[in-house]
Design a protein around this ligand. Structure first.
Ligand code: 3Y8
Ligand code: NAP
Length: 248
C-alpha cells in the first residue's frame, strides 16, 4: 500500500498524523500556495502535478495504490483532477471532506452561489467588510470601491492588492472566536464575507459575527461530481483496510 494524501487542510494534517502513527507508506502533497506550509510527519511533495495527465503519470510512476483527497472544499480543480486520474489508473479515491456549516439560532447569513453574487449582495452604502476568503478571489470586489475592506492573508502580498481601500492582517488559522471578535470590533466591521469551508479552522469568524450581530455573506462550495466521501478519520482508516489501521 502507498497512499497519496492531497493536503492543505486541518483534516489533511490530522490524517497525516494518524497515517504516520500507523506506519502507513504515505506521501503528503501541498500545492505550494504558501511560503512556509505546516510541517507534516510524512514525506511531503510541494507543487502542482501538471494537470490530470501529470497527476496520472505521478500516480503510475510513484506506485500509488490509494488516494485520499483531503483538500479544501473550494479546491475543486484538484479534486476533479484526482477523480479523473484515479479512474484512468484504476486506483481507489476517497474524499475526506468536512460537512458544510449550517446556521445556528442567531446567525444572520445570506448564502450565495459564488463570489460574484457575494459582491452583488453587499450594500450600496459604504460598509466595512471583513473579506476572510484569502487572496485568490479578492479582485472581484474591486468593482465596489466604496467599501473599506479588511483582508486576512496567510502571507504578505508580494504585489499591490487590487483593492484600494483595504487593511491587511497576516495570519494563519485556525482562529478563535475571541480573536476574531476583537479583530472585527477593532476594525468596526459591518459585514463578513466567507466561504462555506466547513470544519473548525475557519469557523471562528462566523461565531464572532453572531456574537456581534453582524450579517455574513456565505459563499456556497463548488458542486463536485459524485465521489466516495468520508467525514471522520476512522472512516478513512476503515476504507484503507490496512492491517495496522484496524488495530489488528
Ligand atoms: C497552502 C497550508 C493545517 C491547515 C490549516 C482549514 C483551516 C487554517 C482557515 C479566514 C479564512 C482561507 C485560506 C484558510 C483556512 C486552515 C488550514 C485554512 C482560510 C493553509 C495552507 C495553505 C493554504 C492555502 C490558502 C489559500 C486560501 C485559503 C487562507 C499551510 C494555511 C481563506 C480559505 O495566499 C494564498 O494564496 C492562500 C490561498 C488557498 C484561499 C484563497 O483563495 O486565497 N487557504 N492555507 C496549501 C497548499 O499549498 O497546498 O500553509 O500550512 C491551510 C489552512 N488554511 O494543516 O493546519 O482546514 O480550512 N485558508 C477559506 O476557508 O475561506 C482563512 O481567514 O478566516
Ligand atoms: P485548486 O484551485 O483546486 O487547484 C488548482 C491547482 O493547484 C491544481 O490543479 C493543482 O495543480 C494544484 N493543487 C491544488 N491542491 C494541490 C495539492 N494538495 N497538491 C498538489 N497540487 C495541488 O486548489 P486551490 O483552491 O488553489 O487550493 C490549493 C491548496 O490550498 C490545496 O492544498 C487546498 O487544500 C488548500 N486550501 C485551499 C483553500 C481554498 O479556499 N481554495 C482553503 C484552504 C486550503 P496541477 O493542475 O498542476 O496539478
Amino acid at each position: 500500500m502507498r497512499v497519496l494524501l492531497l493536503g492543505g487542510t486541518t483534516e489533511a494534517s490530522l490524517m497525516a498524523r494518524i497515517l504516520a502513527q500507523a506506519g502507513v507508506d504515505a506521501i503528503f502533497s501541498y500545492a505550494g500556495r504558501t511560503a512556509a506550509p505546516r510541517h507534516q510527519p510524512l514525506p511531503v511533495r510541494v507543487g502542482g502535478f501538471g494537470g490530470t495527465n501529470g497527476l496520472t503519470a505521478y500516480l503510475r510512476d510513484t506506485g500509488i495504490t490509494h488516494v485520499i483527497d483531503a483538500t479544501h472544499p473550494f479546491a475543486a480543480q484538484m479534486s476533479k483532477n484526482a477523480l479523473t486520474a484515479c479512474a484512468k489508473v484504476e486506483i481507489p479515491l476517497l474524499a475526506f471532506e468536512r460537512a458544510p456549516w449550517i446556521p445556528k439560532p442567531g446567525d444572520n447569513w445570506l448564502t450565495v452561489p459564488d463570489v460574484v453574487n457575494a459582491v452583488a449582495a453587499l450594500p450600496v452604502m459604504p460598509a466595512k467588510v471583513f473579506l476572510a476568503i484569502g487572496k485568490q478571489l479578492i479582485s472581484v470586489f474591486a468593482t465596489r470601491p466604496q467599501h473599506e475592506y479588511l483582508l486576512r492573508l496567510v502571507d504578505s502580498p508580494e504585489a499591490p492588492l487590487p483593492l484600494a481601500n483595504a487593511n491587511v492582517v497576516i495570519a494563519r488559522g485556525p482562529f478563535t472566536e475571541e480573536g476574531d471578535t476583537a479583530l472585527m470590533q477593532h476594525h468596526c466591521i459591518t459585514h463578513v464575507v466567507a466561504k462555506n469551508a466547513g470544519g473548525m479552522g475557519a469557523r471562528a469568524k462566523l461565531d464572532a459575527a453572531r456574537a456581534l450581530g453582524l450579517p455574513v455573506i456565505l459563499i456556497d462550495r463548488p458542486v463536485m461530481p459524485p465521489r466516495v466521501i468520508a467525514r471522520t478519520p476512522e472512516d478513512v482508516m476503515t476504507w484503507l483496510g490496512h492491517p495496522a489501521c484496524l488495530g489488528v
